[in-house]
Write a protein that binds this ligand. Structure first.
Ligand code: ZN
Length: 215
């Protein structure tokens, strides 16, 4: 895996931070139904959000605007909620970075991006065997996806999260509504696989390649 380091001036405080840059990685094989890519991106993508070592700004792109006016972003960074998330002792720093970025995206009303960030934190919890923390993250991710514009890809994520949380009836209803829409070939295959998984009350991770994984 190609990883390079580069110094970036933080958009919010101007101080330099060394950030990791992933080389040109491409996932091999299909993603999980929740969008988690196959290796070698599978683990690397969780580190996508980096943290300014001076002010605590977390972003996949520290040198650029997070989509909020600077003053609004600085106020959010100073808030107890953000400061507490930065150092939440129940989670590792990469998960906290993603959850802080989710707070910024939510403030900017970018709910889908916020949901994706919380989901990456869930994957980190999965990898660390932190079952309760992973479930907590999926609950928060679902709340965010429910606030995002209701496009088919967003509804597909709602189905996936509802199923992973064991809310099979709500997952079935949302999936049925999705299946009535005009879908891309991949979303259509995913929705048909979801239908089977929901019927089987299977709350495990799954991909289009294998049908389901044991994780
Ligand atoms: Zn900074």
């Amino acid at each position: 895996m190609s990883i390079e380091f580069e110094s970036v001036a933080c958009y919010l405080c101007g101080e330099e931070t060394d950030v990791r840059r992933l080389g040109q990685l491409q996932a091999q094989g299909p993603s999980d139904l929740d969008g988690r890519p196959g290796p070698p991106l599978r683990t690397a993508i969780c580190d996508e959000v980096q943290r300014c070592s001076t002010c605590g700004f977390c972003s996949p792109d520290l040198g650029n605007s997070p989509g909020l006016p600077r003053e609004q972003a600085r106020q959010l960074l100073e808030s107890p909620g953000y400061q507490g998330q930065l150092v939440n002792p129940r989670l590792n720093s990469a998960a906290n970075n993603n959850l802080c970025w989710a707070l910024i995206c939510r403030e900017a009303r970018r709910y889908e991006a916020a949901g994706q960030a919380v989901l990456r934190a869930a994957w980190l919890c999965d990898d660390g065997g932190a079952v309760q923390a992973a479930r907590w993250c999926r609950e928060r991710a679902l709340e965010l996806y429910l606030q995002a514009p209701s496009l088919p890809a967003v509804q597909a994520m709602q189905v996936e999260l509802l199923r992973r949380l064991g809310r099979f009836e709500a997952a079935r209803t949302t999936n049925e509504s999705l299946l009535k829409q005009r879908l891309s070939a991949e979303l259509s295959r995913a929705a048909r696989l979801q239908k089977t998984l929901i019927q089987n009350q299977d709350s495990g991770s799954a991909s289009l390649a294998t049908g389901s994984n044991a994780m």
